[in-house]
Every structure is written in C-alpha cells, then in structure tokens.
Design a binder for this molecule. Structure first.
Ligand code: NAD
Ligand code: MG
Length: 387
C-alpha cells in the first residue's frame, strides 16, 4: 500500500490522480489532501478518501470547511503555507503528488523532499525556478522524483534501460495549442475563450493559457534540462498537432525511442504513482489505424515569442528563469482577468526580464525572494501593456 499526499487535489491533475487512486484501493491510500478555494469538490474528496489531514488556503476557508464536512468525517484541518507543508511532510506519507499550480508549489515540494518523501512532480514551475537546487536536494535526501508532465514521463519511459551518456537529443513534442494556425497579426485580437479552447488536452486555466502562448513548452524545456541533466542544446521541440507521440529520445546510434498514447494525463500520473509497475488507467487504447497521418514540424519562434523567451532565460541562467516564470504568472492572470491582450503576455515578460540582472540562487529562500521581485516588477510594468 503506497501512502499519498496530494497537493492541489481539486485541480485538473489532482482530480485525475484521485481517479487512479479510486481505481486501485488495494495499492494506494490517501493520507493528506490540500486544496485552494473549491470547497464543494474538496468536501466530496474528503468524504470519499478519508484523509487524516487536509488543508485549504486560509483560516476562513478552514472554518467553512469544518462546517461543511458530513458527520463522522473529522480530519485534522489546517490552512495556509503551514497546512500545505504539514500535508507534504506528514509522517505516514511515502509519496507526495505535487500538483499545485505556480511558484506556490515550491516550498511544500522542498519540504517534502527534506522530509524524505518521494515526489510525483506535476508542478513544472518548481524545476523552472529552482532546478539546480531541487536536484541537489533530491540527491541529498536520497528520494525519487517521478515526472507527471506527459512529455517528461515519455522521456523518462524512453530512457529506461539506456545510458544517459548515449543520448544525442531529447525531443519534446508540442501540440501547438489553439493558435497553431493563427497568423501572428490575428493573435492581437484573440480572446480569453479562444485561448482556453485547447484542441487536445483538458487542463487547469493557467497551463491552458501557457499552452496557447507556448510558454508551457518553454517551461517544459527548462524542466527537462534539470530533470534529465541535459544541456540546453540537446533539447529540441517538435510541433506534433495530434499529441500522440508524447516525446522522444534520440541516441548516438541514430535510433529514436518514443512513447505513444491517447492524450490523457491519467497515464503519466499512474506511471509516476506505480513505477516500475504499470496499472490499469481506463485511458482509451490507442488505435493508430484511426489516424491518417502523424505530422511534425519546427515551431515558429517568431510567432510563439514565449518559447523563444524561455530559451533566452535558460541561457541567461541563474535567477532569470525564476523571473521569467514570475512575470508569466502575473501576465497570465492579467490576461485571464481581461487586463492585458494575449500578446501583452510576452510583452510583459520581455520588459520584466529586461529589468533584471541575473544573480546566483543559493537557497530556496533566494528563489522565493527573486520570485517576489519578479511579481512586483511585472505588476509595476502591467500598465505599459494594458488593453
Ligand atoms: P489547476 O489550476 O487545475 O489546479 C491547481 C490546484 O492547486 C488546485 O487544487 C488549486 O486549488 C491549488 N492551488 C492553486 N493555487 C494555490 C496556492 N497558492 N496554494 C495552495 N494551493 C493552490 O492546475 P492543473 O492543471 O492541475 O496543474 C497543476 C500543475 O501541474 C501546474 O504546475 C501545471 O503546470 C502542471 N501540469 C498540469 C497538467 C494538466 O494536464 N493539467 C499537465 C502537466 C503539468
Ligand atoms: Mg506537458
């Protein structure tokens, strides 16, 4: 029986994780769950999975939650950062599913690693902002890190049984999102609804906007750099609109190994939870005869400026990716709230990065400080790119 904490259980990844847990009650047990504000769903999850500890964003929500729980369901209820960290470090937990969105996932994930928990990592912002520190912490604590992001799960699966020194290239695939065939000029007028309309994947709002701008792929390139200890020039992106090949690894002998499947996050989540075994997920089997063609091409870096910015931030290194990430979080929120146009996202990131002199990050506290600086600076610059 593997005992789990799920951080962000009411989100898209959290819900899919609980579907896998529910399908395998003989394998997985939920010790702790955390959520933000969606109490209606959280109450249902708590009643169904009976965690010992739960946590929500603040005290008021915790008080409301206590009143909403059915009779006989009495977990310990905490709130805020303290609550998320308590859930991440619960003495009974063996694995933490890190599925909070954004830099808010940093501290609890770091705490879980230090407490000796294995990590199933969905929160890509963790490795983007503090990759070198996290990989060091993981090595020091001797814990395992399993990728949940579908591309990184595909790379992980394509690397199994192979020597990392034999890798020539890591090729991440990208659907290209809803604006793959939209000319750059038309991107000026696209709406929030257009950007949320992802062709292949159903995900949380922030990552869906990141997919439309292709910042998501940029974040994933940086994530891959740390996760697989790969130098930036060995990581490529191919647009693959059908999202059937989830990523691939090319070896020195010219062989390419890829992982394929119906696009459904339950498959990579289940693999992270049950590694090295495979368990039933209910994911629709892949019938390649139904596809008239799988296509691949290079991304247009002029049009998808956020992807270019992520490569720029990665080569600047040090604190620059954390600042880029912070500016992106502010920009996406502002776009979702109708304050800036779609192209304002990359514009705000460019301006915030230009105002930053990268410096070394020696601790998670340094990362949190530069993240706060990036948010503050991006907030100041918002006016310049407003609608
Ligand atoms: P989501 O918005 O659907 O869910 C986020 C969860 O985190 C919710 O439970 C929310 O309540 C909680 N949360 C948000 N802000 C919080 C805060 N400040 N403190 C505590 N909890 C907070 O997001 P998602 O789509 O499930 O994505 C989660 C993470 O997984 C992201 O980092 C995303 O990039 C990554 N990811 C998601 C997918 C996907 O298919 N959804 C795929 C790959 C990677
Ligand atoms: Mg992905």
């Amino acid at each position: 029986m593997k005992k789990l904490t799920i951080l962000g259980s009411t989100g898209s990844i959290g819900v899919s994780t609980l579907e896998i847990v529910a399908a395998h009650p003989d394998r997985f047990e939920v010790v702790a769950l955390t959520a933000g504000r969606n109490l209606d769903l959280f109450v249902k999850q708590i009643a169904a999975f009976r965690p010992k500890l739960v946590s929500v964003l603040d005290n008021d929500l915790a008080a409301t939650l206590a009143k909403m729980l059915p009779a006989g369901v009495n977990p310990e209820i905490l709130s805020g950062t303290e609550g998320v960290v308590a859930a991440a470090t619960h003495p009974e937990t063996e694995m933490v599913v890190a599925a909070i969105v954004g830099a808010a996932g940093l501290l609890p994930t770091a705490s879980a690693i230090r407490a000796g928990k294995d990590i199933a990592l969905a929160n890509k912002e963790t490795l983007v902002t503090a990759g070198h520190l996290f990989m060091e912490e993981i090595a020091k604590a001797g814990v395992k890190l399993y990728p949940v992001d579908s591309e990184h799960s595909a790379i992980f699966q394509s690397m199994e049984g192979h020597r990392s020194e034999d890798i020539e290239k890591i090729i991440l695939t990208a659907s290209g999102g809803p604006f793959l065939n939209t000319p750059f000029e038309e991107l000026r007028k696209v709406t929030v609804a257009d950007a949320l309309n992802h062709p292949n994947w159903s995900m949380g709002r922030k990552i869906t906007i990141d997919s439309a701008s292709m910042m998501n792929k940029g974040l994933e390139v940086i994530e891959a750099r740390w996760l697989f200890d790969a130098s930036p020039e060995k990581i490529d992106v191919n647009i693959h609109p059908q999202s059937i090949i989830h990523s691939m690894v090319e070896y020195v002998d010219g062989c390419v190994i890829a992982q394929l499947g119906t696009p459904d996050m339950k498959a990579p989540i289940a693999y992270a939870l049950s590694y090295p075994e495979r368990v039933a997920t209910g994911v629709k089997p892949l019938d390649l005869t139904l596809f008239s063609g799988l296509t691949f091409f290079k991304p247009d870096m002029e049009k998808f400026r956020c992807l270019r910015l992520a490569y720029d931030a990665m080569s600047a290194g040090e604190s620059m990716p954390a600042v880029m990430n912070a500016a992106n979080e502010i920009a996406v929120e502002a776009f979702l709230n109708g304050k800036i146009p779609f192209l304002g996202i990359s514009e705000l990131i460019v301006r915030t990065m230009a105002a930053h002199n990268p410096h070394q990050l020696g601790s998670i506290d340094d990362v949190l400080a530069v993240d706060a600086w990036g948010r503050m600076k991006a907030g100041e610059l918002l006016k310049a790119v407003a609608c």
